[in-house]
Design a protein around this ligand. Structure first.
Ligand code: MRU
Length: 363
């Protein structure tokens, strides 16, 4: 448990930037601001983050979530640790301890470890420095943040180009892969945003995404902000909706993609991909290069996070299940590459992904 001074601090209403776009995290010169995703959509609150421990806690508690957003936030967490160590003689060990603490926050999204590895490279490049390399670490964190936003716009354009081949249609999405889950714009929801601007999407069918309700609370909110027609349904309505034949694409993000193209994503994605294949709906997975893990041969090697039983046993403060019921709450699943029709990354588009095509694209 963090001590009170290590807990993130609620610091008021999160303002919208001048372009009206959603910013899940903002570097404020000497601290980090997070849009507290636990309070959405009822309240748009800011959480002030001043240390690596607070950063890790905010990731564990899902104040910030979504694979790229976790990576960017953790990178700023390393900057916050360096800030506290700037005048310390021995800054290397405490800084590496902060990196380990951040790495322990969530296990599945590889973007977290990718971003921390980039911060570690910056530390290694300044190993002999007498002071913690604060300016260099901040530059790396800002670069990770800026590039993620650029990559999302690039994937948005690529994905919209693929949808354009078939003409305007309805699409289905799962979880939240929008601006909130990334540095802005989004991955799967970024494709939907870009395609909507080109009038390629008639409506978005949003799955509520039990148990944390990323679809009902976050994707529904983001789509409403943009005026994109969205229809929310319980997760178990998906097969009925897909059978109706209006939806042409299932568009989802990823938390980690193994070398063979197997995709770890929010629990329920596997069942949706199976159903989509059954009903002739194409599955598109949208993820930046930082989500690919070439060190893992297949999805069987990807660690799957399980979260608290309370996410199932309670609605708010009210218990809805019998006492002592045994609960299994895995929050990701693995969709085999064979169920993915199109993989979109900022580096390009892969149809029917496999090991060779992925290795060639990432090279
Ligand atoms: O548990 P979460 O909300 O962090 O899970 C998020 C997802 O599964 C997203 O689909 C994934 O991170 C891609 S986000 C661009």
């Amino acid at each position: 448990m963090p001590s009170p001074q290590d807990a993130p601090v609620a610091s008021g209403v999160h303002s919208v930037n001048t372009q009206g776009s959603i910013e899940p995290m903002r570097w404020r010169g000497d601290h980090l601001e997070l849009l507290d995703q636990r309070a959405l959509p009822e309240q748009i609150l800011t959480l002030r983050i001043d240390s690596a421990t607070q950063t890790a806690q905010a990731i564990v508690d899902m104040a910030v979530r979504g694979a790229p957003a976790i990576g960017i936030t953790a990178a700023y967490g390393v900057v916050l640790a360096a800030q506290r160590l700037e005048s310390a003689g021995d800054w290397r060990k405490p800084l590496e301890r902060a990196i380990s603490e951040l790495a322990g926050s969530r296990p599945t999204a590889v973007n977290l470890f990718w971003a921390l590895a980039r911060m570690q490279e910056t530390i290694d490049a300044h190993r002999e420095a007498s002071q913690a390399p604060l300016a260099a670490l901040l530059a790396t964190a800002k670069d990770i943040h800026r590039r993620d936003l650029e990559d999302n716009h690039c994937m948005g354009a690529l994905g919209a180009g693929v949808i354009a081949r078939g003409g305007p249609c309805a699409v289905m999405t799962h979880c939240n892969t929008g601006a909130l889950a990334t540095g802005g714009h989004g991955t799967a929801l970024g494709v939907i945003r870009s395609a909507w601007k080109r009038r390629l999407i008639s409506e978005v069918r949003v799955n509520e995404t039990r148990p944390w309700l990323q679809g009902a609370r976050l994707s529904a909110w983001e789509l409403q902000q943009e005026g994109i027609p969205a229809v929310l349904a319980v997760d178990s309505a998906a097969s009925l909706i897909l059978a109706e034949g209006k939806v042409k694409w299932l568009i989802v993000g990823a938390d980690r993609i193994a070398a063979n193209g197997d995709v770890a994503n929010k629990i329920g994605t596997l069942s949706l991909a199976v159903q989509a294949r059954h009903f002739g709906v194409k599955t598109m997975v949208v993820a930046p290069a930082s989500t690919f893990d070439q060190s893992l041969a297949s999805g069987a090697d990807i660690p799957i996070e399980t979260r608290s039983a309370r996410e199932l046993t309670h609605q708010g403060e009210r218990r809805i299940t019998p006492l002592d019921i045994v609960v299994y709450n895995p929050v990701f699943d693995i969709t085999p590459a064979s169920l993915v029709d199109v993989l979109i990354c900022e580096k390009g588009v892969i149809e029917t992904p496999d090991r060779e095509k992925i290795a060639a694209l990432l090279r």
